[in-house]
Design a protein around this ligand. Structure first.
Ligand SMILES: *[C@@H]1O[C@H](CO)[C@@H](O)[C@H](O)[C@H]1NC(C)=O
Ligand SMILES: *[C@@H]1O[C@H](CO)[C@@H](O)[C@H](O)[C@H]1NC(C)=O
Ligand SMILES: *[C@@H]1O[C@H](CO)[C@@H](O)[C@H](O)[C@H]1NC(C)=O
Ligand SMILES: *[C@@H]1O[C@H](CO)[C@@H](O)[C@H](O)[C@H]1NC(C)=O
Length: 212
C-alpha cells in the first residue's frame, strides 16, 4: 500500500492556551522520514521519505503542502490542500486528486497539557538559538516537538502503535519564515478542479507533523 507522508499540525484548537503558538502565518520546508511495521513484521513495513514546502494559515485554517514523497522506493509528486473551515482535504499524488475529510484541526499551539522535556540551543556563540522540547500525546503516539523561544518549529519525533502497526516519524523544519510563500498557495490544485474525487472518511496518508 502506498502511503504518503503529509503534514500534521499542532494538536489543539488555536484558541487553547498552550505553552506556545506558532505565528499566524508561516511557510518553510518540512523533511520527514517515516518507518512503520505492521504486526511487528518488517515484510509488512514501509519506509517513507518526504520533503514538502508547507504554507500554514491559522486564521483561515488552511494548510498547503507541495513536494515529493518516496515510499519503499516509489516516488510521487504530492500536493495537499486542507481547509478545516470547509472540512475538506485534497491530496494530489502524481496527478490524481483525492478528496477526503481531514483529521481534526490540530490548531497552531502546543497542547496545553504538554510537558517540557528538555532545553538546549542550536548553533554556536552569539548566533546560538535557544530551543525547548515539549512532549505530549497525539492520538496514541508519543510526540517530542522542539521549538525556538518564539515557537518556531525545529524538529519533531513521534512514535506509537495503532492497531498493531508500529510507526516512527522524524521531521526537520528548515527555512521557516513568517507569512506565506505566495498568494496562490491555497488555490485548489488544478488536478482537483473537475471534482472527480470521491469523499471517503479515511486518511490514507501517514500522520502529519504536529505542525503542518
Ligand atoms: C510518479 O511519477 C514519477 C515521475 O514520472 C514516476 O517515476 C513514479 O514512478 C510515479 N509514482 C507512482 C507511484 O506511480
Ligand atoms: C538562552 O538560554 C540561556 C540559559 O538559560 C540564557 O542565559 C540566554 O540568555 C538565552 N539566550 C537568549 C537569546 O534568550
Ligand atoms: C493531554 O490531553 C489529550 C487530549 O485531551 C490527551 O489525549 C493526552 O493523553 C493528555 N496528556 C498528554 C501528556 O498529552
Ligand atoms: C483500528 O481498527 C478498528 C477495528 O478494525 C477500526 O475501527 C479503526 O478505524 C482502526 N483505527 C485506525 C486508526 O486505523
Amino acid at each position: 500500500m502506498l502511503r504518503l507522508a503529509v503534514l500534521a499540525c499542532f494538536a489543539v484548537l488555536a484558541s487553547a492556551a498552550g505553552p506556545c503558538c506558532t505565528p499566524k502565518q508561516w511557510h518553510g520546508t518540512e523533511s520527514m522520514v517515516i518507518g512503520s511495521m505492521a504486526n511487528g513484521k518488517a515484510a509488512q513495513g514501509y519506509l517513507t521519505k518526504a520533503s514538502y514546502m508547507v504554507n500554514f494559515d491559522a486564521d483561515s485554517r488552511r494548510v498547503a503542502l507541495i513536494g515529493t514523497s518516496e515510499t519503499n522506493g516509489y516516488a510521487s509528486n504530492v500536493k495537499v490542500l486542507i481547509d478545516y473551515n470547509r472540512n475538506v482535504q485534497y491530496t494530489v499524488s502524481n496527478g490524481t486528486c483525492t478528496k477526503q475529510i481531514p483529521n481534526a484541526d490540530p490548531g497552531s499551539c502546543v497542547p496545553a497539557n504538554a510537558t517540557v522535556s528538555g532545553h538546549g540551543f542550536l548553533g554556536v556563540g552569539s548566533s546560538a538559538v535557544n530551543v525547548t522540547q515539549y512532549s505530549f500525546m497525539i492520538d496514541r503516539s508519543t510526540a517530542y516537538l522542539t521549538v525556538t523561544d518564539n515557537c518556531i518549529p525545529v524538529a519533531e519525533t513521534y512514535y506509537g502503535v495503532t492497531n498493531g502497526t508500529y510507526a516512527f516519524t522524524t521531521i526537520a523544519f528548515t527555512g521557516i519564515k513568517g507569512g506565506l510563500s505566495g498568494n496562490t498557495v491555497f488555490n485548489l490544485p488544478t488536478e482537483c478542479a473537475l471534482g472527480t474525487g470521491t469523499i471517503n472518511g479515511g486518511f490514507a496518508v501517514g500522520r502529519r507533523s504536529y505542525f503542518a
